[in-house]
Every structure is written in C-alpha cells, then in structure tokens.
Design a protein around this ligand. Structure first.
Ligand code: NAD
Length: 273
C-alpha cells in the first residue's frame, strides 16, 4: 500500500463485514484512522440473508488495529441520526479531524412487485436512503470545520444507474442515493468537499447468504427474462469487496481531486447491457 490517505480520518457505515469492512481495512492500510459503525444485530424481518453480529464488528476492529491505525467502532443504526452523531463526535474528539465519509450500510430484499409490503418498502427506503442522508449529516460539518476539504462516497448500486429486477424499493432507494450525491456535491463544493456515488454490480459478500438465493430464484420465476438485464460484459460475474474498496480509496484520495458529482460504476459493464 502507498500511504495515500496518511493522516486522514474516515467514517464508514456498515463496517462489520462485506464491503464496509474492506473499505475500513483498505483505508487503514493507506494510513487513515477509522470511525466505524454497524447495526451489528438483526436486520428487518423481510431481509432473507444472515445479519451481522457484534463479533463481525470486533473482527473489523482487530483487522484495522493490525494495520497499526486507530479505530473507534460502535454498534449504531443509520436510521438514528443522534446515535451516528454521538459516534462521529467521539471519533473526531479522539483523532482530531474528519476527511472521508463512506455511506455504505444498506439492505436488499428480492421480491416481485406485488409481493412487496409497506413494511419492506419502508425498511429499504429508511435504511438505504434516509440512513445515507443521516450519515452525511452526522459527518459533513466536521469535514467543513477542518478547512481542508474532503471526500464523501455514497454507496449506491448498479440498481442506482439502471435497475435491479424484483427490487422496486431497492432500485428507488439507490437512485435516491445517486440524487443525494449530486445534490450534496453542489452545496458542499465550495468547501472543497467532493461527493460521488459508487455503483457496484454483484459483489461477493454475506448479502448472498441464508435464504437470499432462494428468494432471488422465487422472484425470478415470476418473470424469467428480466434477469438478463443485468448481464455483465466481462466474463467474471461477481467482484470481491476489495475491488470496490480500490475504487473507494481512489475516490477518497487526492488522485480524484477534480472528480465530484460523478456516478462511478464498478459493475463489469452490467449497467450498459
Ligand atoms: N453485495 C452486492 O452484490 C451489492 C451490489 C451493489 C451494491 N451493494 C451495496 O453495497 C453496500 C454494502 O453491502 P454488502 O454487499 O457489503 O452487504 P453486507 O450485508 O455484507 O454488509 C452491509 C452491512 O451494513 C450493515 N447495516 C445494514 N443496515 C444497517 C443499519 N440500518 N445501520 C447500520 N448498519 C447497517 C449490516 O449489518 C452489514 O454489516 C450496501 O449499501 C449494498 O446495498 C451491494
């Protein structure tokens, strides 16, 4: 690694596992101290895959500390703005600054349009969209106060550029995240804060555990042709969390200093099919 984030501090949500953990470990390896939160407990009942645990979050702490960097970690729900503010304030008090925000926490629920319930629609929007807004609101003023500018990365999805079949709520929430990035980029630009949305295609994370594949297959049977809409151009079907962390690290670093309000896709071409 290259120390390209040396001396910086990154606030990362959904950091107990999957992509969030990869972002935390990668950024620590590049010299950043980390403020990490995760719900680290049960996800809403409509979510078909396994929930993260306190042990998962503890493992992220262990991996970050093994790099030699510091980490402030806590269990918190991105739907709770006060809880996020408390953790970020504590981290900034300890590390002295904030430079980077990665709003990564999110859920998905595969279900056909007419099986979607008011509860699952609300949960997906609350976590993926309002939780992302809360994450920016908890941290942005600290970046402004530092007077050095910074980078905010909102994790959307291929579903936030094109769409994801059998996920009306997820597609709407991830398009909303794209809009948040552009709107924040406009207002925060005068502080030299860049805001971009990052759009992974399929990624190999615990989102694929539990009953996820069965739920996807069930939804797919209602309209089988639609799954072809997200066919990648590259022969690999799925990326690793570290591939997304590479892109996040670039967006966090000065190498992308004139990139803002952009939609950065790491989707093997799937959104262009
Ligand atoms: N895996 C994929 O194929 C894929 C593709 C495109 C986009 N994404 C997006 O990438 C992001 C990371 O997902 P992942 O693949 O690492 O999945 P994951 O389920 O492994 O990780 C998500 C983490 O977010 C946490 N989380 C969920 N709701 C939370 C809340 N309300 N408050 C705090 N933490 C919460 C979970 O506990 C979990 O640790 C998500 O926003 C997801 O929508 C994933």
């Amino acid at each position: 690694m290259s120390d390209r984030l040396a001396g910086k501090v990154a606030f990362i949500t959904g950091a107990a596992r999957g992509q969030g953990r990869a972002h935390a470990v990668r950024m620590a390896n590049e010299g950043a101290d980390i403020i990490a939160i995760d719900i680290a407990g049960p996800l809403p009942p409509s979510v078909p895959y396994d929930s993260a645990t306190p042990d998962d979050l503890a493992e992220t702490v262990r991996l970050v500390e093994a790099t030699g960097r510091g980490i402030v970690a806590a269990a918190a729900d991105t739907r709770d703005l006060d809880a996020l503010r408390a953790v970020v304030d504590k981290g900034v008090a300890q590390f002295g600054r904030l430079d980077i925000i990665i709003a990564n926490a999110g859920i998905t629920v595969p279900e056909a349009w007419n099986e979607t319930t008011p509860e699952s629609f609300r949960d997906v929007i609350d976590i993926n969209l309002t939780g992302t807004w809360n994450t920016v609101m908890a941290g942005a003023q600290h970046i402004i106060d530092g007077g050095r500018g910074g980078s905010i990365i909102l994790i959307s999805s291929a579903a936030g550029i094109k769409m994801q079949p059998f996920m009306v709520h997820y597609t709407a929430s991830k398009h909303g995240v794209t809009g948040l990035a552009r709107a924040f980029a406009a207002e925060l630009g005068k502080h030299r804060i860049r805001v971009n949305s990052l759009h992974p295609g399929a990624v190999n994370t615990p989102m694929g555990t539990g009953d996820m594949m069965a739920a996807l297959n069930r939804a797919n049977e209602t309209n089988p042709g639609l799954m072809q809409m997200v066919t990648p151009f590259l022969p690999d079907f799925i990326a690793e969390p570290e591939d997304i962390a590479d892109a996040a690290c670039w967006l966090a670093s000065d190498e992308s200093r004139f990139v803002t309000a952009s939609r950065v896709a790491v989707d093997l071409g799937a959104t262009q099919f």
